[in-house]
Design a protein around this ligand. Structure first.
Ligand SMILES: NC(=O)c1ccc[n+]([C@@H]2O[C@H](COP(=O)([O-])OP(=O)(O)OC[C@H]3O[C@@H](n4cnc5c(N)ncnc54)[C@H](OP(=O)(O)O)[C@@H]3O)[C@@H](O)[C@H]2O)c1
Length: 267
């Protein structure tokens, strides 16, 4: 298989490389990375056996696919030679808020440009990544995109005009869930539990409920009904959530994140 080059070797790049090696999509010798000032690139290379270079020419000369995984604001720091060096390559960007049109300015000669929106659980292989491409992906390139992004968890193709909404739901979503778990923990403390115990109960309740939804794929509303006996404890709790406008809060949360993603994409 042709070489995969990583621009950026931080948390997300490391998670993808680990997944590629684990799933045997590529051998360590077929992957090469570069980083900027810190030690992330050499560290990743040492830990996984992949190649490392500071030279863009060496990085890209044998590469067929380029994974762009630096910080969005670092995109402008890539030298202008990257335009020519990436000629005919497939570019897969995971940079948050960076539109395909901007990527095409940096990689004007690329074979195709893919904009992906992963989320933080991707770091442990439990993420979901939506992706959109500049031109329709050919079969082989589509397989390549999937096998690279599969390293982070599930993948789903979308159109670029859906990406800001995706950002509002799954990109920023882990933070909402962290906040929910923290709130459930604190509520348990308010109800008289020790913090450590309450946290353990809250965390496993959220991950367990999500797991149950995956294994028994009824709607969340059906599952909710199954645990809500008339006059029971769960209904008493749910009534407070409804009265406080929980669904409306979630809607405003996602719309605010989507709006912010739109603003950031405009630069
Ligand atoms: N973390 C997430 O869950 C998540 C979710 C969605 C999207 N994303 C996107 O994923 C991207 C990477 O995030 P991260 O958390 O992995 O960041 P990170 O850990 O800070 O890693 C950034 C990497 O890019 C390298 N880099 C910086 N400037 C460079 C340059 N000019 N040329 C080559 N490499 C350069 C850095 O090298 P040095 O360390 O040497 O400076 C570092 O290896 C971001 O664009 C972010 O928007 C992340």
């Amino acid at each position: 298989m042709a070489k995969i080059a990583f621009i950026g070797a931080g948390r997300m790049a490391s998670a993808i490389v680990a997944g590629l090696l684990r799933h045997r999509v590529a051998e360590a010798g077929q992957i090469i990375c570069t980083s900027a000032a810190d030690n992330t690139g050499p560290e990743l290379a040492q830990k996984t056996g992949i190649g490392y270079t500071q030279d863009l020419h060496e990085l890209l000369s044998d590469a067929d696919t380029v994974v762009l995984a630096c910080k969005p604001q670092q995109l402008g720091q890539l030298g202008p030679e990257v335009a020519e060096l990436s000629r005919k390559r497939l570019i897969i960007s995971i940079l948050a808020g960076t539109p395909i049109a901007r990527l095409q300015q940096v990689f004007p000669e690329a074979r195709n440009v893919v904009r992906a929106m992963p989320n933080t659980p991707g770091q442990v292989g439990a993420g979901i990544t939506a992706y959109a491409s500049a031109d329709e992906l050919g079969h082989e390139d589509d397989q390549m995109v999937k096998s690279i992004l599969d390293a982070l968890g599930e993948t789903v193709p979308v159109t670029e005009d859906q990406i800001d909404a995706v950002t509002g739901v799954s990109g920023s979503g882990p933070a909402y869930v962290f906040e929910f778990i923290a709130a459930l923990r604190d509520a348990g403390v308010a109800a008289g539990l020790e913090e450590e115990l309450s946290y353990r109960l809250a965390l496993n309740t959220v991950s367990g409920a999500a797991e149950l939804l995956k294994v028994v794929p009824e709607t969340p509303e059906t599952h909710r009904e199954w645990v809500s006996s008339p006059g029971g404890t769960t209904l008493a709790g749910l009534a407070v959530m409804e009265e406080a406008g929980f669904r409306d809060i979630m809607q405003r949360t996602v719309l605010a994140a989507k709006r912010r993603a739109e603003e950031l994409a405009q630069g």
